[in-house]
Every structure is written in C-alpha cells, then in structure tokens.
Design a protein around this ligand. Structure first.
Ligand SMILES: N[C@@H](CCC(=O)N[C@@H](CS)C(=O)NCC(=O)O)C(=O)O
Length: 209
C-alpha cells in the first residue's frame, strides 16, 4: 500500500495519474496547500521542503518527495512506463529532467505573474510569457512525428501532461501547437488519466482546448 500526500496541482496529479496507470493500491491524504497544511509539523517531518507530493510506500518503508523521483520509483517498482536500459531509458530521463528543470517551474512562475497577479509586474509577464512560448515550441518540435514524448507512453508523458492541462493559466492556445494539442487530447482520453485527475478530489473536468 502506498500513501500519497497530495493536492490537485500539476505536481500532485502526476503521481495520482501514475498510480492509476500502474494499478498500484494507494491511500490518499489531502494536504490543502491553500490553507497552509503543508507547513504542519507532521507533514514537514516527511518533507522538509513542505511541498506536495510525497509518497510513503508501506511495503518498503520508502518515503519519497520530488515528483520526478517518485515517478522513477513507481516505474521501477512495477517495471513499467520506463524502459529498463538503453537509449529509450535515457530519453525518458532526459524529458523528465526537462520537465523538472524547465517546463514545470517556468509554467509555475507564469501562473504567478500572468494569472494570479496579472498587471502587477509587466516585465515579468513579458519575460515568462516568452519563456512559456519557447518551451511549448520545444515540446511541439519533440512531438512532431512522435505519438508520445519518447515514442512509447512513459513517465515523461505523465510528468508533462498535467502542466499542459493548465494551458489557460499560462495563456497558451493549443491551437497554436497542433502536435501538442493532438497528444494532449489523446492522453486526456485515457481512463487512468481521467481517474488520476480527480485526486484528491474533483475540481473541474479536464480542460478542452
Ligand atoms: N520540485 C517539486 C515541486 C513541488 C511543488 O512545487 N509543489 C507545490 C504544489 S504543485 C507545493 O506544494 N506548493 C506549496 C508551497 O510551495 O508552499 C516536485 O516536482 O515535486
């Protein structure tokens, strides 16, 4: 049994989607970051960064933070969604790191400036608006001629997809990125993604471009 501490944000959704895809039994603990529950001493004791997501695998005693590390752990535990070796494994890790280092953080800052504090910092809006577009151009080029980020469905797709589902918050029209739009819609039809998207609770349906 895996305990997941989460909230319906892109980083949290990655993990519930992966658990659903892998069919692993899990128990949900809702950490309401809008009410600062991430700073409760009991939660900080399992993640000193005071951020979701966190998993505790009761089978192994593993406590793990950082969504990409958790995705690798779950994939290795089941032997699925991450090729065992060779170029394909490296490419999945490559795109996982791209998401962790560039795509996710930049989109997160874009939400802050472009949506939550629109008008407060025009320079930051220009900067992050341009950065977001450049990242989408990267993803678009990568998906051109590929069904998935790394040819076969993997944790790289699961890491990137929940961020794309927030396209309205970072002011992106998926009509400008047809390969990304196609990939986003195909994945959004997967029952496991639809189930994982409702964890820890239903917010709204998967946004349609
Ligand atoms: N690099 C971390 C980022 C985790 C993260 O930023 N979590 C956000 C929600 S998406 C959070 O808990 N925010 C609350 C806070 O920063 O206080 C990961 O990939 O897991």
């Amino acid at each position: 049994m895996i305990d997941i501490y989460t909230w319906p944000t892109p980083n949290g959704l990655k993990i519930s989607i992966a658990l659903e895809e892998l069919g692993l039994p899990y128990r949900v603990h809702s950490i309401n970051i809008e009410k600062d529950e991430q700073f409760a001493p009991a939660f900080v004791a399992i993640n000193p960064a005071a951020k979701i997501p966190v998993i505790v695998d009761q089978d192994t005693g593993t406590v793990l933070t950082e969504s990409s590390a958790i995705l690798v752990y779950l994939a290795e535990k089941t032997g699925r969604l991450l090729p065992e070796g060779g170029a394909a494994r490296l490419q999945v890790l490559e795109w996982l790191f791209w998401q962790s280092a560039s795509f996710g953080p930049t989109l997160g800052y874009a939400h802050y400036f472009l949506t939550y504090h629109a008008g407060a910092a025009p320079f930051a809006e220009t900067r992050f608006g341009a950065d977001v577009r450049r990242l989408y151009e990267t993803l678009e080029r990568r998906l051109n001629g590929r069904e998935f980020v790394v040819d076969v469905y993997s944790i790289a797709d699961i890491a990137v997809w929940p961020w794309v589902s927030r396209f309205a918050r970072h002011r992106i029209s998926l009509d400008d990125f047809p390969e990304t739009r196609r990939w986003y819609l195909v994945l959004g039809n997967r029952p496991a993604i639809q189930r994982g998207y409702r964890i820890p609770h239903f917010t709204a349906g998967i946004p349609l471009p």
